[in-house]
Write a new protein. Structure first.
Length: 380
């Protein structure tokens, strides 16, 4: 008897409904550090495990984790902190805002002092003093997630990095202390891991001391594998469709449109699942097709999501950014195409404008160009 026959129709419908709800909750959930139950929704990558092992078995590491916006820096930082804490190691996870105050504070105290008034008389006055005190002097790991870079917060990022450096210097200077009975206590220098965008790298020479760890975009295979694994963990039956409720083509399209950004992948999955919600709950009998994905994730939606990335290519020309999105979508749907065909379909025959847009996209590795005789053919 097949596995399907081991379940009556009611059980199958219940399982589908439960899995749909689980997927939707996962897709709409952003794993921020302040959410205690975020860990089950995080899909760790193999390279995350590599860094975790280094931190578990060594001290004194200075590491900068660099990635573009939406690459999962905060999620990785939170996952790293949770795993280190679960291993019984003293770990501090901070989202630094301004300066070094996040890592310490001023102790204010008042002291009576005598001052001479005219050589004969004295008067007692109260003076206020400040002493700086550091937090976390016994931490094994300091994990810092810096906010997203912009031209308006450069000074604040520099102040934050100043504070991290000062804390590291303090811990390094206090590594060996004389304890009771003249014995020396070796307090190991902690690991410091700073998460930041690549645009902030030139701002501080302290970053030059750090080991470079890059968060790269997810590969299509990794994203699809992640989704399939999530289904496998959620389903009770081994034969449950691992792309549910999507067709294989539909899921592949979502992966392509997300451009390797895990946050966008989840966002697009959630947008598609929104269409399954009715007044009675999820419609478990509808499958999301490739055409459904194309109608839900529109060109306008893609333009909004790619606006920041495309501003690097054309900072002052919105029309070129719109053309770029149309080109990418056209090539995704039609495959390798001659430049003349692209110019006709998208640029109303303007060969010069078409050439400029395609060459710029090729320069930034969005597209590849192949020559077939005298003709240029472009492909994603």
């Amino acid at each position: 008897m097949s596995n399907e026959h081991n379940f009556n129709s009611l059980t199958v419908e219940t399982e589908k409904r439960e899995i749909l709800y689980t997927i939707y909750k996962w897709a709409t959930h952003l794993a921020f550090e302040e959410e205690a139950k975020a860990l089950p929704y995080i899909m760790p990558r193999p390279e995350w495990q590599t860094l975790l092992k280094r931190l578990l078995f060594s001290r004194g590491n200075l590491v900068k984790v660099v990635g573009p916006q939406g690459a999962g820096k905060t999620t990785f930082a939170y996952w790293l902190a949770c795993n280190l804490q679960n291993a019984g190691q003293k770990t501090v996870f901070k989202k630094m805002l301004k300066g070094q105050e996040t890592l310490g504070h001023f102790d204010t105290f008042k002291v009576p002092e005598e001052v001479e008034l005219d050589g004969m008389r004295k008067r007692t006055i109260i003076t206020t003093h400040k002493d700086w005190s550091w937090y976390y002097e016994d931490a094994d790991h300091l994990i810092v997630d810096l906010w997203d870079y912009s031209k308006t917060n450069v000074k604040d990022i520099i102040k934050a990095l100043d504070g991290i450096q000062d804390w590291w210097i303090m811990r390094s200077e206090n590594r060996v202390k004389k304890g009771v009975e003249g014995r020396f206590i070796d307090k190991e220098v902690p690991n410091i891991i700073v998460f930041l965008q690549k645009e902030a790298l030139p701002l501080h020479f302290f970053l030059g001391k750090m080991t470079f760890f890059e968060l790269k975009p997810w590969s299509p295979e990794a994203l699809i594998g992640c989704y399939r694994n999530f289904i496998r963990k959620s389903a009770k039956r081994k034969d449950f469709p691992e792309t549910f409720p999507f067709t294989e083509d539909a899921l592949n399209e979502i992966v392509f449109l997300s451009r390797g950004i895990f946050r966008k992948f989840k966002e697009y999955v959630a947008a598609c699942l929104d269409t399954l919600i009715t007044e009675a709950g999820f419609n478990i009998n509808r499958t999301i097709s490739l055409d459904d994905v194309k109608s839900i994730i529109t060109t306008d939606k893609l333009f909004q999501d790619m606006e920041l990335t495309l501003c690097e290519l054309w900072p002052r020309n919105k029309d070129n950014r719109v053309f770029a999105v149309k080109v990418l979508r056209y090539l995704r749907e039609h495959g390798a195409s001659p430049q003349k065909t692209i110019a006709t379909e998208i640029f109303d025959g303007n060969l010069m404008l078409c050439s400029r847009i395609l060459n710029k996209l090729g320069e930034y590795n969005f597209l590849k160009m192949e020559k077939k005789g005298p003709e240029k053919v472009w492909i994603i």
